[in-house]
Design a protein around this ligand. Structure first.
Ligand SMILES: [Fe+2]
Length: 273
């Protein structure tokens, strides 16, 4: 089990780009070329354009200073190097500040096809190109702000589902066909082929359907959701904000517990008379 980092002081590091070895750049090149050959057809237009906009290429592991030099002026987002897996609240707080926590390690040559934890290929190739799209950029910030404000187990569960079925495994319709934009699909050939194949049920995206859909992290996903445009994601995040503020993402038991707490406060108010 990887321990999550909760303390901001221990989270952020420098990339030290000059220390990547020739073999590590070669790993990046192999992964980049393998994925691009599939994503020319399977990847969303926004992803393919994003690769160009932020200047990723097969040539080398990306230097985050260069990536941010292109990304920041477009949408205000930055990819910030972190030492490992961040605790959820800290991760969401970063998103709310338009900072995307990015691991800087890269998998070894003998781990090309699968790595259980994120590496720079998943984080930068898989996630960051979309941050150059203004609508997706706004959605992700809004999602981070809402998720950082979630408290109860049920709120966290529903927001995790929304993140999973959009940012990680989302599909978008382009020219009448589903295309991958979620990072789990972008960075993995098997997940991407499965998502667009016969075994996967692809449903129109609605907040209700996503909230009702459970998932297993380690399985191929056999139910996914298609958005018509990223405006739908932004609208969903706005709705979630309202639902959260009204307490509508709490279970009846959560609400009852909140009432008891409020009841205590009300009684204390009695001291004034
Ligand atoms: Fe991811």
């Amino acid at each position: 089990m990887i321990e999550a980092i909760a303390n901001e002081a221990h989270a952020f590091i420098q990339q030290h780009w000059e220390e990547y070895t020739a073999e590590q750049h070669e790993v990046w090149k192999i992964l980049f070329n393998r994925r691009m050959s599939q994503l020319k057809d399977a990847g969303s237009r926004v992803f393919c354009e994003g690769i160009e906009r932020i200047g990723l290429s097969e040539n080398h592991v990306p230097n985050l200073d260069d990536v941010n030099g292109r990304l920041q002026p477009r949408t205000g987002w930055n990819a910030v190097p972190v030492s490992g897996f961040l605790e959820a609240k800290l991760f969401f707080k970063c998103l709310a500040e338009r900072r995307f926590p990015t691991t800087v390690i890269i998998r070894r040559m003998d781990q090309l096809d699968y790595l259980p934890e994120p590496d720079i290929f998943h984080d930068v190739f898989g996630h960051v190109p979309l941050h150059s799209d203004p609508v997706f950029a706004d959605f992700l910030q809004e999602f981070g702000a809402v998720a950082a404000a979630s408290v109860t187990e049920n709120e966290v569960k529903l927001l995790t589902r929304l993140f999973w079925f959009t940012v990680e495994f989302g599909l978008i319709e382009e020219n009448g066909k589903p295309r991958a934009y979620g990072s789990g699909l972008i960075s993995s050939a098997a997940d991407c082929a499965n998502a667009l194949g016969a075994k996967c049920v692809r449903l129109p995206f609605t907040l209700e359907s996503v909230f009702n859909q459970d998932f297993e992290v380690s399985d191929l996903q056999n139910v996914l959701f298609i958005v018509r445009s990223f405006d739908q994601l932004f609208e969903a995040a706005e709705r979630v904000k309202r639902l959260l503020l009204n307490g509508d993402l709490r279970t009846p038991a959560d609400k009852a517990a909140t009432k008891i707490v409020l009841g205590c406060c009300t009684n204390e108010g009695g001291h004034s008379h």
